[in-house]
Design a protein around this ligand. Structure first.
Ligand SMILES: Nc1nc2c(ncn2[C@@H]2O[C@H](COP(=O)(O)OP(=O)(O)OP(=O)(O)O)[C@@H](O)[C@H]2O)c(=O)[nH]1
Ligand SMILES: [Mg+2]
Length: 319
């Protein structure tokens, strides 16, 4: 057991929050149990923040942007938490933390909390732990939660599925069509931001903006929101306020028309569904009776001695 003072966590104590996250990230079964109890207790105090996902290719300026954006939010009197979903973090040693130098100012502020991507395998993957950490941060009084991902594999989809607003950062390179950004990502974006719109790239950034504005028209969106295309310079701190204004505008519209709550409910049901699947699969893989008959059934299916349906049914019936 890790001694955790819930009152302190709810009052915004950083050490209590860090302890809570340690519990969530722990692979010790007792800790997992305790973490779930903590989460159930804090649940009534969650949900009040704005959750923003941020993605973009390596070098686009995510860390620099989060530093500038985070500081802007602090100026607005917000408390800001920065989390990361980075599937490659066990190799890279955690993207956000490894980058703390790029968020030097932000990481020194009392009202900012920066947490690197959790490492290691677990049920639901890194995204599961990040979702739970997000809830803890909300209970601890953070008004805005930024969830960063470099977008390897499925991680953009996982992040988009846990946030209210999804931001895709792009480079000012109008010629280079979609810059290796998968089309699916464009469909996830609630707003595209062309970063590095400064110095010699200023014109190029404007061209890119036009290009993407046209491209975004071809993509299907929600009935009340057409994704914007903005430009900014994270380095020179220009255009950052416009990004925030766009997000608050989106939130205000979607809260009013009910889409905000609806999206969160859908995300929760999807999350539930995913966990049920993963838990069932884990049970199947851990069940000795099933493991005993599975190789034979697999061989029978391959040799056309039984159908995949019958084999699957025999396996699942053993649960
Ligand atoms: N000119 C210019 N350079 C920028 C801007 N934002 C970031 N950079 C530079 O671009 C480089 C990459 O920035 P990062 O913030 O580390 O990019 P990142 O997306 O976090 O990169 P990864 O963590 O590797 O995925 C750095 O040298 C930054 O100084 C900007 O607005 N303008
Ligand atoms: Mg970075």
């Amino acid at each position: 057991m890790i001694a955790l003072d819930l009152e302190k966590l709810l009052a915004g104590n950083r050490r209590a929050l860090a302890k809570g996250i340690t519990l969530i990230e722990s692979t010790v079964p007792d800790h997992r149990q305790q973490a779930q109890t903590v989460l159930e207790n804090i649940l009534p105090h969650t949900g009040k923040s704005i959750r923003i996902g941020i993605t973009g290719i390596p070098g686009v300026g995510k860390s620099t942007f989060i530093e500038a954006f985070g500081l802007h939010l602090l100026e607005q009197g917000k408390k800001v938490a920065v989390l990361a979903v980075d599937p490659s973090s066990p190799l890279r040693g955690g993207s956000v933390l490894g980058d703390k130098t790029r968020m030097e100012m932000l990481s020194r502020q009392d009202n900012a909390f920066i947490r690197p991507s959790p490492a290691g395998e677990s049920l639901g993957g890194v995204a599961q732990k990040t979702r739970e950490t997000l809830l803890l941060c909300e209970a601890s009084g953070y008004d805005v939660i930024l969830v960063e991902t470099v977008g390897v594999g499925q991680s953009e989809y996982e992040v988009a599925a846990m946030v209210d607003f999804f931001l895709v950062l792009m480079l000012p390179n109008a010629g280079d069509e979609l810059q290796g950004i998968k089309r699916g990502i464009m469909e996830l974006a609630d707003t595209l931001v062309i970063n590095k719109a400064d110095g010699e790239s200023l014109n190029l950034a404007e061209q890119s903006k036009q290009h993407y504005q046209n491209a975004m028209h071809l993509i299907k969106h929600s009935h009340f929101w057409s994704p914007r295309v903005l430009s900014c310079s994270a380095l020179q701190n220009a255009g950052i306020d416009e990004v925030w204004n766009t997000i608050t505008e989106y939130c205000s519209i979607s809260v009013d028309n009910g889409a905000f709550e609806q999206k969160r409910s859908q995300q929760n049901s999807q999350w539930l569904k995913k966990l049920i699947h993963e838990m069932l699969e884990l049970r199947l893989n851990q069940n000795p009776a099933i493991q005993a008959i599975k190789p034979q059934l697999q061989a029978d299916v391959i040799n056309n001695k039984t159908t995949p349906y019958s084999a699957a049914k025999r396996i699942v019936d053993l649960l």
